[in-house]
Design a protein around this ligand. Structure first.
Ligand SMILES: Cc1cc2nc3c(=O)[nH]c(=O)nc-3n(C[C@H](O)[C@H](O)[C@H](O)COP(=O)(O)OP(=O)(O)OC[C@H]3O[C@@H](n4cnc5c(N)ncnc54)[C@H](O)[C@@H]3O)c2cc1C
Length: 379
């Protein structure tokens, strides 16, 4: 049974690793990505703030040497969910089971004046040099629309920015503002939101909830908010508009911009076609931990089919998020999104011990996916 996985991010890598671990050489898996390397979302912040190097956080797909897995580096140009066919720049792949794990793209051009974004690998790595040159002033971290990946990330960015400026002796001459369309930093977890708001208050970070950044005027050096308010802005770190990759939108699989799936099995409306992660509208936030949990459910179904058995495993909507509070303090939120119920999230920390937990989270995945040892903040 040939499984073609479109996209080797959090969801695609987890699915490929699970299929290989369960089926070995019996897994006939083609894993396709346009990139040569995988980078964790949180590593973007680590590089941007100079806590590690770009080279250290890039994991080469060429190192995915697992029984039954073939990695192909090529750009996917067309997905046919009826024929279960994937066309790339170099080849065509026919699948018995097709899994779309292509994530969410960002579109900075949708926000007038948005130049400096930190949500792509290239944008975050370039921001490191911008920050290295920054001499202090008004910093605005601004979300431009919903949905956006990793809802806690802009809050973490504000707290890490405080630390960064403090360490460079620029905090007294700087002002940090965070603009977010959400009403609280992490809506499913009031405890986590309260802890973040307390840290903002302690560090003098201005919090603008329920608003987005509509545009940035570089000449007047102001960020213009959705409500019309203008914030002085010498450095704008934008979270751009998110949308499904064009190849997904052109495939006819998307409804209202994202791929609808059965929220228990991750099956799309097309037989033997699944979708996992940010590209779906499954109802969990766009974050790697949820893509990973969904990949586990799809893996269980594929393994059962290969073995001619059945699985009762369904998606539980659970994920664990780590939150950087700066000064090497990390908190952990355990959150579950169940259909028809208000999501519930529980907070531990922030504490120095949980930094070790987060380190283990990253190290464990790189060991399972790339078969090598790694620590997120090494060099
Ligand atoms: C600053 C920041 C911090 C974050 N921190 C965290 C965190 O701490 N914890 C967490 O869980 N999540 C975090 N995230 C979110 C996380 O990175 C994403 O939600 C997660 O990677 C989604 O997984 P995915 O498999 O759905 O998609 P992705 O991991 O985005 O993978 C999609 C893959 O598809 C490939 N692709 C796209 N189009 C094509 C094409 N046409 N042809 C070929 N390949 C293509 C891409 O190259 C990519 O490798 C963070 C994100 C950001 C931006």
């Amino acid at each position: 049974m040939r499984v073609v996985i479109a996209g080797a991010g959090f969801g695609g890598l987890e699915l490929a690793a699970l299929l290989s671990a369960e089926l070995g050489e019996a897994a006939d898996v083609v894993l396709i990505d346009k990139s040569a390397e995988f980078v964790f979302g949180f590593s973007k912040l680590d590089v941007m703030f100079g806590r590690t190097t770009a080279q250290h956080v890039a994991h080469r797909y060429a190192d995915v040497v697992r029984p039954g897995i073939r990695f192909v580096q090529s750009t996917i140009r067309a997905l046919d969910p009826v024929a279960k066919r994937v066309n790339t720049d170099d080849d065509t792949f026919d699948a018995d089971i097709m899994v779309v794990a292509l994530g969410a793209d960002v579109d900075p051009s949708a926000t007038p004046g948005l130049v400096d974004e930190f949500y792509t690998v290239a944008g975050a790595f370039a921001m490191r040099d911008v920050l290295a040159r920054f001499a202090g002033g008004h910093v605005v971290i601004g979300v431009t629309s919903t949905p956006f990946k990793c809802p806690p990330a802009p809050s973490e960015t504000a707290l890490l920015m405080h630390d960064f400026l403090d360490q460079k002796g620029l905090r007294d001459s700087s002002h940090v503002s965070l603009v977010m369309p959400l009403g609280t930093p992490i809506p499913p977890s009031p405890d986590a939101s309260q802890a973040i708001l307390a840290a903002f208050a302690e560090h003098g970070i201005d919090w603008h909830p329920g608003q987005s950044v509509r545009s940035f005027d570089a000449d007047r050096r102001v960020a213009i908010l959705s409500g019309g308010e203008e914030l002085p802005c010498d450095l704008f770190l934008g979270v751009p508009l998110h949308r499904a990759p064009a190849v997904v939108l052109e495939s006819g699989m998307a409804v209202d911009g994202w791929i609808p799936v059965n929220r228990l099995t991750l099956e799309t409306e097309f037989p033997d076609v699944f979708a996992v992660g940010d590209v779906t509208s499954v109802g969990t936030p766009k974050a790697g931990v949820f893509a990973e949990g969904q990949a586990g459910v799809v893996a269980a179904q594929i393994v059962a089919r290969v073995r001619g058995s059945q699985t009762a495993r369904t998606y539980d909507g659970r994920g664990i998020c780590y939150l950087e509070f700066g000064r090497d303090l990390v908190a952990k939120v355990d959150v579950t999104f169940l259909g028809g119920q208000a999501p519930a999230g529980f907070l531990r920390g922030p504490s120095a011990e949980l930094l070790a937990d987060k380190t283990a989270f990253g190290s464990d995945r790189i060991r399972r996916w790339f078969n090598r040892s790694w620590t997120p903040l090494g060099t």
